[in-house]
Design a protein around this ligand. Structure first.
Ligand code: ADP
Ligand code: ASP
Ligand code: MG
Length: 436
């Protein structure tokens, strides 16, 4: 069994859905995981926002526009009246459900229900298209097996039990289609794995069914050595280790959801990144094997907050860092980067939900400075310092960039640099010039 996940652009139009069906129509047993058509989840987020703001008329207007878009997609995608009618009925049902929220007090659970509609639509339309073309496929609802626990983390035991139970109901089936992104929470309500979460669905499914390979099909020819949204002349990397890919995904490489590498790594299942727009391109393989030495890629993560705690009491004292870390722990706020000097420690967080209370408590231990709108630039590779001039190149590249923190040594695979987000573009481009 393999898992093939197709992202929003890959299913973004009737034409693209047809190409996807071409790619999945072969004898290899597979589970196909689909995102919502590109743009849909953003619109659903907007609709939910309007309901929260009690702007019912505007929300319903957005729903009408989106429904109209899907009606056109169905009109173009299908040939037979039977398929067209089936799709029209499903579309109407989904959009009537959304309009129904105009009549009640809007809740978080309603928001999650709205966000789930994109994946429910894309999978159903693809399934009907397969049927029309005489391709046998089974549509399995992710809401029947994908679940997060009380802490919001995937319940891997439950997922494994339930998905295998679902698949075993169809012993002869070769092609299963399911939704990425959506799941249920511990009380059984519809929930999701956060934005970009379809990659995570694919790797959780891969782990649950012991897949031979997890394929992530997207709109670019693999993992690039720098962020193509900010840097031109980036190049696809052929091979990455799980550690390298996890680090890059966590530190902002949008091609993979930050959590999506771990389930594949735990189960030792290779992840192949492929381009739906040019399926013949080689792509990138992510596996337990580490190939090559030195700097391989750069990624950047925005919306970082840096916190500096300075205290004379830290000098030669033990227990100081523990006290600091305990405060973050008590507010369930993960720390990304840390640097220390004898009298101060700087660290970064990407969640500011509890920042005010954290800062208030930290003030018991020294003076506290907070810098918002920072970016972590993460330079990744196997033994990044292998080449003796790598660090000098990094510093030369950052000559004109105000660097707030530098971290190396947590592992030999990563150098992290913190700078003001205003300098991100310049830093990424300059590093690209010096390093690649
Ligand atoms: P999908 O909808 O298929 O999940 P995404 O938009 O989430 O696709 O991810 C693919 C995009 O990630 C690419 O189009 C590219 O702009 C962006 N991206 C950012 N960093 C990288 C990188 N290092 N390598 C490849 N793509 C990257
Ligand atoms: N449709 C969801 C999103 O746009 C999930 C995904 O595409 O991975 O965030
Ligand atoms: Mg994505």
């Amino acid at each position: 069994m393999i898992v093939m996940k197709f992202g929003g652009t890959s299913v973004g139009s009737p034409e693209r859905i047809k190409s996807v069906v071409n790619l999945i129509n072969n004898e290899t047993p597979k589970i196909v995981v689909l995102s919502a058509m590109s743009g849909t989840t953003n619109t659903l987020v907007k609709i939910a926002g309007l309901f929260y703001d009690r702007k019912q008329t505007e929300a319903v207007a957005e729903i009408d526009i989106l429904q109209n878009k899907y009606e056109k997609v169905a009109e173009e995608l299908f040939d037979s009246n039977e398929s067209k009618n089936e799709a029209a009925e499903f579309i109407k049902q989904r959009f009537d459900l959304m309009r129904g929220f105009a009549l009640k007090v809007f809740s978080i659970s309603d928001e999650k229900t709205i966000l789930a509609q994109g994946e429910l639509l894309s999978t159903t339309l693809t399934h009907i298209y397969c049927k029309e073309k005489g391709i046998a496929s089974v549509l399995v609802s992710a809401l029947n097996f994908m679940r997060v626990d009380r802490t919001g983390e995937p319940d891997t035991y439950y997922i494994r039990e339930q998905i295998n139970r679902e698949l075993n109901e169809y012993p002869d089936a070769k092609l299963f289609i399911t939704q990425g992104f959506i799941c249920r929470n511990v009380t059984g309500e519809t929930d999701n794995l956060k934005r970009g979460g379809s990659d995570y669905s694919a790797s959780l499914i891969g782990q649950a069914v012991n897949a031979e390979e997890i394929q992530i099909w997207t709109d670019i020819d693999g993992f690039h050595n720098n962020d193509p949204r900010y840097v031109t002349n980036t190049k696809a990397i052929r091979e990455l280790s799980f550690d390298e890919a996890a680090e890059l995904a966590y530190f902002g490489a949008k091609i993979l959801h930050p959590a999506s590498v771990l389930p594949a790594q735990v189960a030792n299942i290779p992840v192949l990144l492929k381009n739906t727009m040019s399926p013949e391109a080689q792509g990138t393989i992510i596996s337990s094997q580490t190939k090559g030495e030195g700097i391989k890629a750069i990624a950047a993560k925005d919306d970082i907050t840096a916190i500096k705690i300075k205290s004379g009491r830290m000098f030669m004292a033990y227990g100081f860092l523990r006290k600091v870390f305990e405060i973050f722990e008590s507010y369930q706020t993960p720390i990304d980067m840390i640097t220390t000097s004898e009298i101060a420690v700087s660290l970064t967080v990407d969640s500011t939900v509890h920042l005010d209370r954290i800062v208030a408590e930290l003030k018991n231990y020294g003076s506290v400075e907070v810098d918002r709108n920072m970016t972590i630039i993460c330079i990744v590779g196997n033994n990044v310092m292998t080449s003796k001039d790598s660090i000098s190149k990094v510093f030369k590249a950052l000559n004109d960039v105000p660097v707030r923190m530098v971290s190396y040594g947590g592992s030999r695979h990563n150098i992290s640099i913190l700078t003001d987000s205003a300098h991100k573009n310049e830093a990424l481009n300059s590093l690209n010039g010096y390093l690649f």
